[in-house]
Design a protein around this ligand. Sequence first.
Ligand code: PLP
Length: 421
Amino acid sequence: MHTRTKLELSDFGRKLGGPTGIGELMHDLGAALAINPQLLMMGGGNPARIPAMEAVWRQRMSDLLAQGDAFERMLAHYDQPCGSPDFIAALVQCLNRRFGWHLTARNVCVTNGSQNSFFYLFNLLAGRTGARHRKILLPLSPEYIGYAEQGLADDLFVSCRPLIEDQDARTFKYRIDFDALPLGEDLAAICVSRPTNPTGNVLTDAEMRHLSALAKERGLFFLVDGAYGAPFPDIIFSDVEPFWDEHIILTLSLSKLGLPGTRNGIVIAREDVIETLGAINAVVSLANGNLGQALVAPLLRNGELLRLGREVIRPFYEQRARQAMGWLHEALDGRVDYRLHAAEGALFLWLWLPGLQGTSQELYRRLKERNLLAVSGHHFFYGLHDPDWRHQHECLRLTYSQPEPIVRAGIQILADELAGR
Ligand SMILES: Cc1ncc(COP(=O)(O)O)c(C=O)c1O
């Protein structure tokens, strides 16, 4: 007799293999971009297709194909677990030249995407450590949905409510409440995304220095997620300096340069952290995808990547942000009580709907029935343990990276839904 093997999931399988916010988001994103063209994608953080950047990648690909057997060598070889030596040398040279840092190749590990980097970093720093349970402090909540389920140990994140600063009648900005930070917990690291996904907040240089000093005083690492930030892709609408120090772990990504399909993230950190990451990479992945590294390396070497960020990518998104905000104000003003977070970078608008009927997750479902994908804000408030804070269920994240007609039509559907039409 044949009995069907029962899938009895381990704790790991249950935690990562069950329903998650990031899983729902990526599922929606894939459906909208690859399967169902009716769906208007204002959900996940897929970067825009920027013609000038696509031309650069096409040219790089044909250069690679024309360059002897460079293409075959790239396809046929596993790289070292920390990444391609040529790419790492080009990155180190570029960062040292631009910022006066003193990095060597031993300060860099490439991964299969920043999502991967954070899975490794959170779990190598925090969780069960002998008899202790160490945590990651997120000083500003809401914070990136993609971290929420990455801890192998439960309860990996701790956070606190932000301060809400009014900038004008329709614009607000979250600020870190430094007096309320739960620094007493058994912490391993402080972590921020800059610009912040989901809000488009850019922590100021002063806030960053303050956090860095707090971390250093307490012997903690300071994780800075620059997936959208400086020095590339530079989707920050003001000039801020990236900085690096022994206790800072700076992560970058090739995705928002327009290369999410190549799956490459970069970690810049102290040598012992990098060695550990390389060892984990070998166990989990053997090596990294090397196409993205091969496409990007020459543009790091000649400084072109930083120029493209500053002169092409940043202005593209800044113009898109302003346009989408204009459309939102036009569609919502006088019809709905709403506020927008200051759009200082990244690809998102963060809409706060004070007094929203029902929850943002219910609104997400109703919008999806009308073929509009957004992301319910509640997913971004993990680590808070603050069930009475209604604000967590009154926000929506909208991505404005897709073509203009999609964004415009999506905003109209949102406005109609909120106005009960
Ligand atoms: C803040 C942040 N960090 C990390 C990632 C992961 O990016 P990737 O794995 O594509 O490098 C994302 C993706 O959108 C993100 O928004």
